[in-house]
Design a protein around this ligand. Structure first.
Ligand code: DAH
Length: 362
């Protein structure tokens, strides 16, 4: 180790070390610059620290003198340092208080209001039409037991709808659970849980093992209706469907039934709605072509019929006393026609860019 430099203890050397420290402290403008200034002027390798180490190299009588001088300088510098730190901390506190002020009287920014999904809107409008006729809203689970989805609805054990390629079965293999393939199981649930007569309308999502493309989606929306009362006839079914078509799509819009087959209705029919774009005119001789119905004049919307007595029996209802009608229709195509949506995937991908333009229409 080199010999201590005792000249550091000379009064003018100490004074210049002090003055340099005071000048540096005075020039320090921010709290985060302070540690470096401290290291330079009070740290282990600062002139003041080196001078302190040099004291041992002085002859005895001079030690006390030099020690006193050094202590005075040290105290002055340390005090200046403490004072500067206090000032800078105060500056910072004032600045932070000003910067972080919260104006509790300020008006909040506009909250993004989002948009209603057009499927939700059409479901609500459809349900409203039935509620206005005195019907009730019913709902059921999307994960459904096979018994409700098939057996109670009179599907035979080997009905093709039970095949894997149509139905999404849920594991484990013997769980008996499927993703409901239609809203019809809610017919049975409603009859089992409600007092007769029953008039229910059931909107909901349903699932099929369909590949996804522009016109097919493994999830889609249906609207189911069920009326079970004494003396219900097919005339009630027709009248109800006509009233619904007029209320939803315009006064006088007609419905058409074509013979069909469903296990849970007898007789059964396909339900067609007069095209709400051309109102059937495109199918008349000389009519303008219509893209909505491909100039058919009619649009297939679903199925309907008189509730099969086997379904009533499965739900504990006496078919000798009660009869009923039911219908089920898809809502996706109605939304797509109405809003010019050409790809069904847009309805299910949850992309806000699709829904936002619909705003909050009620
Ligand atoms: N559940 C049938 C389907 O998804 C539609 C249907 C047809 C529902 C006739 C009914 C009905 O209530 O009576 O294809």
């Amino acid at each position: 180790m080199s010999a201590p430099d005792v000249s550091l203890l000379e009064p003018d050397r100490l004074e210049s070390a002090r003055d340099a420290a005071l000048a540096a402290l005075a020039a320090t403008g921010a709290l985060d610059e302070l540690p470096a200034v401290r290291t330079a002027h009070l740290g282990d390798r600062s002139p003041i620290a080196l001078a302190r180490r040099a004291i041992g190299g002085l002859p005895g009588p001079e030690k006390a003198e030099a020690g006193k001088r050094l202590n005075v300088v040290l105290q002055v510098v340390q005090a200046a340092y403490d004072e500067r730190r206090t000032e800078l901390e105060a500056d910072r506190d004032v600045r932070v208080l000003a910067e972080e002020t919260v104006d509790v009287t300020a008006l909040p920014g506009r909250l993004p209001v989002g948009a209603r999904h057009p499927l939700t809107t059409i479901q609500e409008r459809a349900v409203d039409v039935f509620v206005a006729m005195g019907w009730e809203l019913a709902e059921g689970p999307e994960v459904e037991h096979e018994w409700f989805n098939f057996d109670a609805l009179n599907f035979g054990k080997d009905h093709p709808a039970r095949e894997m390629q149509d139905t999404l079965f849920l594991g484990p293999e013997d769980s008996g659970l499927v993703m409901r393939t239609h809203t019809s199981p809610v017919q049975v649930r409603s009859l089992l849980t409600r007092d007769l007569p029953v008039y229910v309308v059931v909107p909901g999502r349903v699932y099929r093992a369909d590949a996804l493309d522009a016109t097919h989606s493994p999830v889609f929306a249906q609207l189911e209706g069920l009326a079970v009362d004494e003396g219900i006839t097919m005339a009630h079914l027709r009248g109800t469907l006509d009233a619904f078509a007029s209320a939803m799509f315009g006064e006088g819009l007609k419905t058409r039934l074509r013979p069909s087959y469903f296990p849970f209705t007898e007789p059964s029919a396909e339900l067609d709605l007069q095209c709400f774009a051309c109102r059937g005119a495109s199918a008349e001789p000389g009519g303008e072509p219509c893209r909505v119905c491909s100039s058919e004049g009619w649009i297939e919307v679903g199925g309907c019929g008189m509730v099969n007595p086997a379904v009533l029996r499965a739900a504990g209802v006496d078919p000798e006393r009660y009869s009923g009608f039911a219908f089920g229709m898809g809502l996706d195509r109605a939304v797509m026609f109405r809003h010019g949506v050409t790809d069904i995937r847009d309805l299910y991908e949850g992309d806000q860019r699709f829904t936002l333009p619909f705003g909050t229409e009620g």
